[in-house]
Design a protein around this ligand. Structure first.
Ligand code: CA
Length: 365
């Protein structure tokens, strides 16, 4: 008797963990049947510190929602970064089935495939609204799932930060010359762009940024936006808060699933997961919109932060370097080329539309 038939035969809420050794076989035989008594005990790892505001709490909320929507048929135990595996091993843990799922950001996995960055954030790319359009209706999610397939992983968007801030600086940036030698904590493609504009990108984990900034080991840093940045106290270590976040016009967070674990679910539970991720994608953006503007008001009323916008000349150079970086990536990898072709086509179209809708409206109100 197959293990699952045996469990179902017990007629109790028995346990099939994502760690079982016969998942592939089960997925072939159990794909489309709904068994309302079967309970799936899953493990989720994340790339966030425990209870980290919005990102970590969002991952916990996602797990809770899936459990509620499935009426307890999927139970998820969450391990924050470092509790089961280190943050940057979450992808491998899901790939090999050590964890059934993870909540993270796709740009962390550029070492696996440089195309993953297009599903996280792209300098001078699309904002949250536009990215979601591309993901759900413009073919983006399909390409994303194709690119993760060789790793035995199925991704879904599961959170958006909205447009981030440009970061905290201990001096003013009045020209491109001010970027020369600037040591800034800025990871990913943004860091590569800064380096081509004369700066020195430094990649250090969130928890260490404040000390590095205060001790002068770095001159600047970017993190997320007013809410998360204020919680880390960056306003006590640097005076100038710059906008816009040219390097992260949105960051999409992901929920990624081990393929066998996901395929072992009956169809109704698969839909629940997909829609719970979609709800979390929207919910996180709403939470950021709310908390960022409240934190901005707090920072303003404390009166110590100097708000600045990057000069047009600086943004123009950063944009030119961004195009250079992406063009080289496109030439080097066929997955990047496929993702970028789709991304750029959508962005060009939506930019034209938003020029006469969102942009005009923003500047008129
Ligand atoms: Ca950031």
């Amino acid at each position: 008797m197959k293990r699952r038939d045996f469990i179902a035969g017990l007629g109790v809420g028995a346990v099939a963990t994502g760690l079982s050794g016969c998942k592939a076989e089960e997925s072939l035989t159990q794909n489309n049947t709904s068994n309302s008594t079967q309970v799936f005990n899953w493990t989720m790892v994340t790339t966030w510190p425990p209870n980290f505001p919005v990102l970590g709490t969002g991952a916990a909320e996602l797990a809770k929602n899936i459990e509620k929507m499935s009426n307890g048929r999927i139970k998820i135990k969450i391990y924050a970064a470092g509790e089961l595996v280190p943050a940057l091993e979450a992808f491998d843990a899901v790939s090999r089935g050590t964890a059934d799922m993870a909540h993270s950001g796709a740009y962390y996995w550029k070492g696996k495939n440089p195309a993953t960055q297009f599903f996280g954030a792209l300098p001078f790319g699309m904002n949250a609204q536009e990215t979601n359009g591309w993901m759900y209706y413009g073919g983006g999610l399909e390409i994303w799932q194709d690119i993760y397939a060789p790793f035995n992983i199925i991704p879904f968007p599961a959170g958006s930060t909205g447009t981030q801030m440009g970061g905290w600086f201990n001096k003013e940036i009045n020209s491109v010359a001010d970027l020369k030698g600037l040591k800034m904590r800025i990871p990913g493609l943004g860091g590569e762009v800064l380096s081509r504009a004369g700066g020195t990108p430094v990649n250090i984990p969130g928890g260490e940024i404040f000390n590095a900034l205060q001790l002068g080991q770095i001159d600047a840093c970017e993190w997320v936006g007013p809410y998360n940045d204020k919680a880390f106290g960056f306003h006590k270590a640097a005076k100038y808060y710059y906008s816009p976040g040219w390097h992260e016009p949105n960051a999409t967070l992901e929920a990624i699933f081990n393929k066998e674990s996901f395929n072992a679910l009956p169809d109704d539970l698969k839909s629940i997961i997909e829609l719970a991720c979609q709800a979390m994608n929207m919910n996180m953006l709403s939470e950021y919109v709310t908390k960022n503007h409240q934190a901005l008001q707090d920072l303003k009323s404390e009166g110590e932060v100097q708000f600045r916008s990057f000069p047009d000349e600086v943004l123009a150079v950063l944009k030119e370097k961004s195009i250079e970086v992406v063009d080289e990536l496109v030439a080097s990898n066929k997955d990047v080329a496929r993702a970028y072709e789709s991304y750029k086509k959508f962005q060009d179209g939506v930019k034209e539309w938003h020029k006469i809708s969102e942009e005009q409206f923003y500047s008129s109100r």
